[in-house]
Design a protein around this ligand. Structure first.
Ligand SMILES: [Zn+2]
Length: 255
């Protein structure tokens, strides 16, 4: 019981597999990032999705299906507000039917902008990512423009500052992140094929210099061949000081 009590006073981070995360803040706010809860790497996805009764904010990095995932269903059911860039919010509302009243100007930003949300309990900064971004109503439908993809830096007032890279290659401007933010936790894609793989991801971690790094976007499909083992090796090769934390889909930690 005491342990439960202590645990609840800390920010909790759950990885659902792929690029999907849940953050529970110290005040009990529930934040989701790229909530593809029913991804093939997470066997408990269906149950977890049904259990998600209360969600405050849904953050999206870009429009691809493996990131938008269960966003619309969760948004309709919970009333969660959508936090993403202007073009992506517009595309998710117009193409997929996300409730317009939950994707208003207060939670819509764009690259370089920082929004203060939930009465100042958190700030989110939109930073670049090198990738694509479009929305498809169904697989055979033509893609709809969804703006530039982004990374997201979520700074919790009473908790860690978390950098979700989105899907991206390595780029040297990642070094600018640390001029403005001390990153506690970096959620970094390592899967290769559609994003940077382990070596380039290790170089990205070196530029950002977070306290802890958690790999994501690997192993979900056979083509995402990057592994935490190779990533660890690449980090060591570069003498990167960040602590590597490898999570299992469905696992919750106090980062
Ligand atoms: Zn992806």
């Amino acid at each position: 019981m005491l342990f439960d009590f202590l645990f609840n006073m800390e920010t909790q981070l759950t990885w659902y597999g792929h690029a999907a995360f849940k953050i529970k803040t110290t005040t009990g706010k529930i934040l989701l990032i790229d909530p593809w809860i029913e991804n093939p790497a997470f066997t408990g996805g269906k149950d977890e999705l049904a259990k998600l009764g209360h969600v405050d904010l849904i953050f999206l990095t870009h429009g691809h299906g493996d990131h938008v995932g269960n966003t619309v269903e969760i948004g309709k059911r919970t009333g969660a507000n959508l936090v993403s860039n202007f073009d992506l919010n517009a595309a998710v509302v117009s193409t997929l039917g996300y409730p317009e009243s939950q994707a208003g100007i207060e939670t819509t930003g764009h690259l370089g902008g920082q929004l203060s949300l939930l009465e100042g309990q958190l700030k989110v900064q939109f930073v670049p990512a090198w990738h694509g971004s479009s929305i498809q109503k169904e697989e055979s439908a033509p893609p709809v423009y969804a703006g530039n993809p982004t990374g997201l830096i979520i700074a919790l007032r009473d908790g860690p500052t978390i950098y979700h890279t989105g899907d991206t290659d390595l780029f040297s401007d990642m070094a600018l992140v640390r001029r403005f933010h001390k990153i506690d936790v970096m959620l970094v894609c390592i899967g290769d094929h559609f994003t940077m793989g382990p070596a380039r991801a290790a170089e990205a971690v070196k530029l950002v210099a977070p306290k802890t790094v958690i790999p994501m976007h690997y192993g979900t499909f056979p083509v995402l061949t990057g592994t935490p083992e190779v990533f660890e090796h690449e980090l060591k090769k570069r003498k990167v000081k960040a602590r590597l934390r490898v999570m299992k889909p469905g696992e919750t930690i106090a980062p």
